[in-house]
Design a protein around this ligand. Structure first.
Ligand code: DAH
Length: 337
C-alpha cells in the first residue's frame, strides 16, 4: 500500500471517530491521538523521506491537504459541541443570576439634594481644586499670615506651599475674581482637615458653601435664604436661631441652629437636651474679601454660608457615627437607595 493510501485510510477512520465523539472532551482526545506529534499521521508522514523526490512532493502535498481538512473537521465539530453544551447547560426555569447594582454614595445623594434645592433658589454651581494655594484657602479669605484664626482649621500641607483645602470657601474667592455682580453661587465639594478621627470628625468631609453678591444685599436676605433652605430640607415647622459667631471672611458672622428634628425642641439625646442642633456657619462677606477680588466693597455687599454635608446627612438619616460614611461597608451603604 502506498503512503497516500495509508493517509486516506487514516482520514476515513478519523472522520468516523469525529462522527462518534459524544462530547467536547472526547473530541479533543481524538484530535490529539490522531493528529498529535506521536499520532499515526505523523508516523506515516515520517516515511516520506524514503520516497523518490517526485513521489515525495506529490504525496506530501496530498497528505498536508488531508491533514488541513481533518483539522477543520475537528474545529467544526468542536463548534457544534460548544453550542450544544451551552444549550444543554441553559435551564430557563432556573432563577437568573442577579447582577449587583451599585448605588450612589449617601453623601453624594445628600449633596445632590442640597444642590438641587439651592439650584431651585437660583444658585449656580461652581467647583474648585482640592489642592489649593495658601492664597485662596486663607489669604484671599482675610486670614492674615500668622493669624490665630488659621488654627481653627487643622491644615494638611503639601509640597510647594500648597494645602489640601480645609473648606470650599476658596472657590468663592476664585469665582469673585472672575465675575461681576450679581453673583449667586454654591460651591459643593470635598474638604480635608488634619483632625483626630472620631464619631463626629473625619480627615475628609464635604461642604456646600454658598454666596450672593450684589448691590444692597443685607443680612435679611441671608436669613430668608437659609430659612427657606432649611425648611425645605427638614420640614416647614422647623425653627431657626442665628447665633453670633466668628469667621475671618464674614462680618458679622453667625452660626445657625435648627430646632431639634427628633424631639422638636423638647430636649433629647441628639440635641444634648438643648432642643437645638448647630448646622451651619454664615455671615456678611467681609469687605476685605471683596476688595481682594478686585470688587468695590462700597458698591457691593454679599452674604455667604457654609454647610457640612455629613452633618446634614447624619441628622436626616439619624446616623450616629461619621466614620460609617467612609469605611465602605456595603451593608451600610446599600440602605440608601
Ligand atoms: N468655611 C467655614 C468652615 O469651614 C464655613 C463657613 C462659614 C463658610 C461661614 C462660609 C461662611 O461661607 O460664610 O468652617
Amino acid at each position: 500500500m502506498s503512503l497516500l493510501e495509508d493517509v486516506k485510510k487514516l482520514e476515513a477512520e478519523v472522520l468516523e471517530r469525529i462522527g462518534q465523539a459524544d462530547s467536547l472532551e472526547s473530541l479533543k482526545d481524538c484530535r490529539v491521538r490522531y493528529l498529535g506529534r506521536k499520532g499515526p499521521l505523523a508516523q506515516i508522514l515520517r516515511g516520506l523521506g524514503k520516497l523518490s523526490p517526485e513521489e515525495r512532493k506529490e504525496t506530501g502535498a496530498a497528505a498536508n491537504k488531508i491533514r488541513a481538512s481533518l483539522e477543520s473537521n475537528f474545529d467544526e465539530a468542536a463548534g457544534r459541541f460548544t453550542v450544544r453544551e451551552q444549550k444543554a447547560a441553559f435551564d430557563p426555569t432556573l432563577p437568573g443570576t442577579a447582577q449587583p447594582i451599585g448605588t450612589r454614595h449617601i453623601i453624594n445623594q445628600v449633596m445632590g439634594q442640597m444642590c438641587h434645592t439651592f439650584h431651585g433658589m437660583g444658585f449656580e454651581v461652581a467647583y474648585g481644586p482640592h489642592v489649593e494655594t495658601d492664597y485662596y484657602n486663607f489669604e484671599a479669605l482675610n486670614f492674615p499670615p500668622d493669624h490665630p484664626a488659621r488654627d481653627m482649621q487643622d491644615t494638611f500641607f503639601v509640597e510647594g506651599g500648597r494645602v489640601l483645602r480645609t473648606h470650599t470657601t476658596p472657590v468663592q474667592a476664585r469665582e469673585l475674581e472672575k465675575r461681576t455682580p450679581p453673583i449667586k453661587m454654591i460651591t459643593p465639594g470635598k474638604t480635608f482637615r488634619n483632625e483626630a478621627i472620631s464619631t463626629r470628625a473625619h480627615v475628609s468631609f464635604h461642604q456646600v458653601d454658598g454666596f450672593l453678591v450684589d448691590e444692597g444685599v443685607s443680612m435679611a436676605d441671608l436669613k430668608g435664604c437659609l430659612v427657606a433652605f432649611c425648611k425645605s430640607f427638614f420640614g416647614e415647622e422647623l425653627k431657626l436661631k442665628f447665633r453670633p459667631s466668628f469667621f475671618p471672611f464674614t462680618e458679622p458672622s453667625a452660626e445657625v441652629d435648627i430646632s431639634c428634628i427628633l424631639c422638636k425642641g423638647k430636649g433629647c439625646q441628639l440635641c444634648k437636651y438643648s432642643g437645638w442642633l448647630e448646622i451651619l456657619g454664615c455671615g456678611m462677606i467681609h469687605p476685605n474679601v471683596l476688595e481682594n477680588a478686585g470688587m468695590d466693597s462700597e458698591k457691593y455687599t454679599g452674604y455667604a454660608f457654609g454647610i457640612g454635608v455629613e452633618r446634614i446627612a447624619m441628622l436626616k438619616y439619624k446616623i450616629k457615627d461619621i466614620r460609617l460614611f467612609f469605611n465602605n461597608n456595603a451593608r451600610f451603604l446599600r440602605q440608601f437607595f
